[in-house]
Structures are given as C-alpha cells and as structure tokens.
Design a protein around this ligand. Structure first.
Ligand code: 4F9
Length: 262
C-alpha cells in the first residue's frame, strides 16, 4: 500500500517513518511512504502556499493551485489511491474506517494548515474527509500520522503472529484485558493467582471477564454497539445474579443488621 502525505512540513514525518511497526512495514515492502512538500508545487520566487480569505477576516487559507498540482502528482505516483483530507468536518476515524482504508491500494493524505484549504479543492479533488476527534489542532499532519498508524497495522503481514491485530482493543469492540508481567509481587500488590496457575482455560476465562468488566465500567457504549458472544452473555448473566444476590442481602437484612453497616 502506498502512502503519500501532502504537507508544507514534510520533516514532521521523518521520525514517524523511522520507528517500530511503520519502519518495519517499509523495510518489508508492505508499504511505501513519502511526504511531499506542497511548496515544491507553488509558483514564483517565494513559492507561497497560503493567501488571505476572500470576504476578509483572520487567518490564512491554503491556495488551490499548489495543492491541486501536488494532488495531481500524487495521483500519478499512486494510481487508485484515495485522496483524503484530514479535517474536523470529516467522518470520525474508528477501527471500522481504518479497516475499510486498509483495503485500498493507497492513501493520499492532504494535511491542511491555517484555517484550512480552498473549498474548491474539497469539491473537486477530495474523495474522503476524516476527523480524528473533536479538538482543535494547528494542522493535519498529526491526524495523518494517526490515520496511517491505524491503517498500517491492519495490512496483512505487517504485524507478526504474536501481535495479531485481531486481538487488539477495539478489534471486536471490547477493551483489552488487564496485563501483568514480573515481578509477581510489586509494592505489596500481587498478580492475580490464576495468571500464575498455568491453567490455560481458566486464564482465558479470566481475560474475558477482565475485558468485559473494563468495558462495562469504562465504555458501555462499545457493548451497546455490539452483538455479544454466547460466552460473554453467560458472564454478564452470572454478574447479574451476583449483583442481585448482594442487593437482596441488603434489603432482606436491612443495612443496620449487616456487619459493619451504617
Ligand atoms: C483534522 C482535527 C482532523 C481533527 C486539522 C486543524 C484536524 C485539524 N481531525 N484541525 N487542522
């Protein structure tokens, strides 16, 4: 898969290409990645890429001509790639969108600065508009890197068998279970016994419960979006019984009758 970022700050991408999974994906030829300087497509001695907005007001707008020329160049280099503009007005990036994009032959990522790009570029050259969330940033470079990272790790062969993308948080709309490593006791806190037991089925069961409890407590919205598996329903039903049991013990005995009750 080919990635071309169009930016006036191509240097911002250098360290991104040089570490971890992204570096490995480049080295194994799973992807090619380059940052193209929009300024190289601007005319005149100063190669200006921005201008004042028609109608007046604060801030600058990215001029259409250099951007259009940069996009044309990128489309020629990466035929079949989708042209994406990173913008707060786009559809919100999630794992479903990342999966959809990972199946394309390439992505041309337009990184805007200032108040944004000329609207006519949006209408004629942009095929998809994506937001990484509702907060203010000064440019599309970080969103482009976030998007690339989510997409690259979904490309077959990029992650090793150990780190299969299937198991990750959000891959099935469930948060990941808690993780522990040595030492078995750290500052008086012990690792759950089951994880040291070597009992594989019990460990899997504990991990499922850990995933579910975290998702119920922190991200109920994920569970409401999702069809639960039969073993997950069983866990939730057992919790319901346990919770009902606790509540019944309260109403039957009365709070005052309980040991340590108020
Ligand atoms: C782009 C914010 C995508 C969120 C680009 C200013 C942006 C953004 N998602 N904000 N330029």
């Amino acid at each position: 898969m080919k990635f071309i970022a169009l930016t006036i700050f191509p240097e911002m991408f250098q360290s991104f290409w040089e570490y971890g999974i992204v570096k490995r994906a480049i080295e194994s030829n799973s992807i090619t990645a380059e940052a193209v300087n929009i300024r190289d497509f601007a005319q005149g001695r100063h190669q200006i890429t921005d201008d004042r907005p028609f109608g007046g007001g604060n801030g600058m707008v990215m001029k259409p001509e250099p951007l259009a020329a940069a996009i044309r160049h990128a489309v020629a280099v990466a035929p079949g790639a989708r042209t994406v503009y990173l913008s707060p007005q786009g559809r919100r990036l999630d794992q479903t969108i990342a999966t959809e994009l990972s199946m394309l032959p390439g992505l041309i990522l337009i990184c805007g600065r200032y108040e944004g790009i000329d609207e006519r570029i949006c209408q004629t050259c942009v095929e998809d508009e994506i937001s990484i969330g509702d907060y203010v940033l000064t440019g599309g470079e970080l969103p482009a890197m976030v998007l690339m990272e989510t997409v690259i790790r979904l490309i077959p062969g990029v992650l090793g068998g150990e780190e299969s993308a299937q198991k990750d948080s959000f891959a099935n709309n469930l948060l990941e279970h808690a993780h522990y490593t040595r030492p078995a006791v750290f500052e008086q806190e012990a690792v759950p016994d089951v994880l040291l037991s070597g009992h594989h089925a019990a460990i899997e069961r504990w991990r499922l419960e850990s995933s579910l409890i975290r998702t119920v407590l922190k991200r109920k919205d994920l569970l409401l979006q999702r069809r639960l598996a039969p073993d997950e329903i069983k866990v939730l039903q057992q919790w319901r019984l346990d919770i009902e049991h606790i509540l019944q013990s309260q109403s039957v005995c009365g709070a005052g009758a309980l040991p340590g009750g108020q």
